[in-house]
Design a protein around this ligand. Sequence first.
Ligand code: NAP
Length: 304
Amino acid sequence: MDRQVDLVIIGAGPGGMTAALYASRAGLNTVMLDASAPGGKLLKTYLIDNYPGLPETPGPDLAVQMYQQSVAFGASFQAGEVEKVNADKQVFLKNGDVIDAKAVIIATGTKERLLSVPGEQEAIGHGESFCAVCDGAFFRNKEVVVIGGGNSALEEAQFLTKFASKVTIVIRRDEFRAERKVQQGVEENDKIHVIKHHIVSEVKMTDGKVSGVVLENVETKDKITLPCAGLFPYIGSIPETGMVKDLGITDEQGYIIANEQMETAVKGIYAVGDCIQKDLRQVVTAAGDGAVAAQMAFHFVTGI
Ligand code: NAP
């Protein structure tokens, strides 16, 4: 199926949904695509407490509100995985559909970085999860391990204490990367224990389920086995930008290079949110990027 629209937005997280809101409100015929349900990482976030005007809102609730507003002015949402975008702003979907757009906004975000250790592939979905909000309840009264010292790891570890009997956070240095306020929450939580100077070297399975992790001391190389029923790695992210890799608009890590107008090096192709090279990856910065990109796309498409 070939069709023509003013604007295709790839990715329906906060950046993409804000772009859809602004673009459709300005009158552009806008299609927003996502391989999954709209919401992006909001769907995997327990609480958002730093989006202005919304104190302590569950991530999935904010996703629903943003989605409803993003389509309220006529933008449409289509489930679909994008394989490639070319410099003529043709968007090729994996199901064979092609959409000819006058402008494209890439808002694809990032995907979780894997531990890449023996046992991990078998463990994913059988005790290893990247979404505490989705899977935390499966670990009621069980022990779980969280890997990583960033905001994601520490926030989701706190969420997991609602269910788990004990949450152990494993970090490879002797200090966290997360913001001070998030660290305080961890320090004040009796159910959370911290192991420093260790990395995971193997995931252990028993009867097809995660039963423990082998931890290696980064200094002495000594190994210990930590029994657990659940494993939640939050060790950073990789940009989801494979569909534009031939356009020469990404850096060596795969992040898209965009200027303050969210323009990439290809005219009419914009990029927003976590998938771009930037310092602060937040819901509010993604939303801001989305508004700017939509406005720039409006000028580009209409010539106004
Ligand atoms: P991150 O900030 O990049 O932290 C990744 C953590 O994983 C670091 O502690 C890092 O250790 C560790 N790590 C990386 N590779 C590892 C490995 N192979 N083995 C063990 N540990 C490893 O990632 P994030 O927490 O997912 O956050 C991503 C971005 O989103 C950040 O900009 C963050 O601020 C933002 N974010 C913000 C909020 C919020 O504002 N509430 C919430 C979530 C995320 P080192 O520290 O030793 O490098």
